[in-house]
Design a protein around this ligand. Structure first.
Ligand SMILES: NC(=O)c1ccc[n+]([C@@H]2O[C@H](COP(=O)([O-])OP(=O)(O)OC[C@H]3O[C@@H](n4cnc5c(N)ncnc54)[C@H](OP(=O)(O)O)[C@@H]3O)[C@@H](O)[C@H]2O)c1
Length: 305
C-alpha cells in the first residue's frame, strides 16, 4: 500500500515513520517543506495527481507552545487551515482510501467538564491563548466529517493529548512544557545553577502521551476505526506541572531549587481526555511517563554531545 506521511520530520510524523518501519510498511512517500509547501493548493494537487497515495497520515501543522500561539495567531490559523483544506480536498479528488487527520486536546472548550469526552467539542468558549490554532483544527475535523457524510470518504480524526518524545522542539520560546523543562534542568545541572525558574503556579494538571505510543494508536485506528466522530488518544491520567517538574528533576539528576514566576500564564486549569472510546476499541497506552522521560532525556543528552 502507498502511504503518504505529511510532516514526516516532526515529532508526530517521525514517530509515524518509525511505526511504519516497525510494522514492515515499505511503500512510504514523504516531502519536506522545501519540496512541497502544503499551504500551496496547486503544488498539493500536483503531488496527489503524481503520487496517488492509498493512505494519508496528516501530521503536518504549525505547532507551538503558549508564547508562540500568543505571538503569531494569524500564522497559526492561516497555515493550519490551508494545510488541512488542501490535503483533505486533494485526498477526496484523488480517491485516497483512508486519511487520518490530527486535532489536539487544546481545541476543546476551556472549561470543559473533566475528563473530556469527544462530544464536548464546540460546547463552550475556547482557551484564548490558542484560539486561532483551535479554530483551524476544528475546521479540519469538521471537513473530514462532512466529506465522509457527503462524498463517503473514509476520513477519520484523532485527538491526541499533549505529546512528547524524540525529535520534539526544545526551543524555550516555542516549545511545549515537557521538553522546556528537560532543557532547563539539564542546563541548570551543567551550569551548577542554584535554582530553576518555572512559569506560573505549578498547579495546572496535564496529561502526557509518549509519541511512539500515539503512532501505534494511529495505526490501530487506521485499521479498525471508521466513523464520523473523532477519537481521543491519551493515557487517561494527569499530573500537576509541579510533580512533572519534580519527576524531570529526578531523571536529570539536578539537586538545586524550583522557583515559580507567577506572572507567567498557567493556561487551562486541567485538560484530561476521556479515552474510553479508544480503550473499548482495544487500544491502551504502553509507556509510563517516567520511562518516556528517561528515553527522551537519554536521546537529548546524546544530541547535546
Ligand atoms: N506536539 C503535541 O504535543 C501535539 C499534541 C496533540 C496533537 N498534535 C498534532 O500533531 C500534529 C503534528 O504536530 P507535531 O508536534 O509533530 O509538530 P512539529 O514537530 O512541529 O512537526 C510539524 C511538521 O509539519 C511540517 N510542516 C509545517 N508547515 C508545513 C508546510 N507549510 N508545508 C509542509 N510541511 C509543513 C514540518 O516541516 P518542517 O520540519 O520542515 O518545518 C514538520 O514536519 C499536528 O497536527 C498537531 O496538532 C501535536
Amino acid at each position: 500500500m502507498k502511504i503518504y506521511v505529511a510532516g514526516h520530520t516532526g515529532l508526530v510524523g517521525s514517530a509515524i515513520m518509525r511505526m511504519l518501519d516497525k510494522n514492515a510498511f515499505t511503500n512510504i512517500i514523504t516531502r519536506s517543506l522545501e519540496e512541497l509547501d502544503l499551504r500551496n493548493q496547486v503544488e498539493v494537487n500536483a503531488f496527489f495527481e503524481q503520487e496517488r497515495p492509498d493512505w494519508v497520515f496528516l501530521a503536518a501543522a504549525k505547532v507551538g507552545g503558549i508564547h508562540a500561539n500568543n505571538t503569531f495567531p494569524a500564522e497559526f490559523i492561516y497555515d493550519n487551515t490551508m494545510i488541512a483544506f488542501n490535503i483533505i480536498h486533494a485526498a477526496y479528488q484523488h480517491k485516497v482510501k483512508k486519511l487520518l487527520f490530527l486535532g489536539s486536546s487544546c481545541i476543546y472548550p476551556k472549561m470543559a467538564p473533566q475528563p473530556i469526552k469527544e462530544e464536548y467539542l464546540l460546547t463552550g468558549s475556547l482557551e484564548p491563548t490558542n484560539e486561532a490554532y483551535a479554530i483551524a483544527k476544528i475546521s479540519g475535523l469538521e471537513l473530514c466529517k462532512f466529506y465522509r457524510r457527503q462524498y463517503g470518504c473514509d476520513f477519520i480524526s484523532a485527538m491526541p493529548t499533549n505529546l512528547y518524545g524524540i525529535n520534539d522542539n526544545f526551543d524555550l520560546n516555542s516549545s511545549h512544557v515537557l521538553p522546556a523543562l528537560i532543557r532547563k534542568f539539564h542546563e541548570a545541572k551543567e551550569g551548577n545553577s542554584p535554582y530553576v525558574e518555572l512559569w506560573g503556579s505549578g498547579k495546572p494538571l496535564r496529561e502526557f502521551l509518549y509519541v511512539d505510543d500515539l503512532a501505534d494508536a494511529l495505526l490501530h485506528l487506521m485499521r479498525h476505526y471508521s466513523d464520523e466522530i473523532h477519537v481521543n488518544v491519551g493515557t487517561g491520567e494527569d499530573i500537576s506541572i509541579h510533580d512533572l517538574a519534580l519527576l524531570i528533576k529526578e531523571v536529570v539528576g539536578y539537586s538545586g531549587e524550583l522557583r515559580y514566576d507567577s506572572a507567567k500564564p498557567d493556561g487551562t486549569p486541567r485538560k484530561l481526555l476521556d479515552v474510553s472510546r479508544l480503550n473499548q476499541s482495544g487500544w491502551h497506552y504502553k509507556t509510563s511517563l517516567k520511562k518516556g522521560v528517561e528515553r527522551v532525556y537519554h536521546w537529548y543528552k546524546e544530541k547535546q554531545g
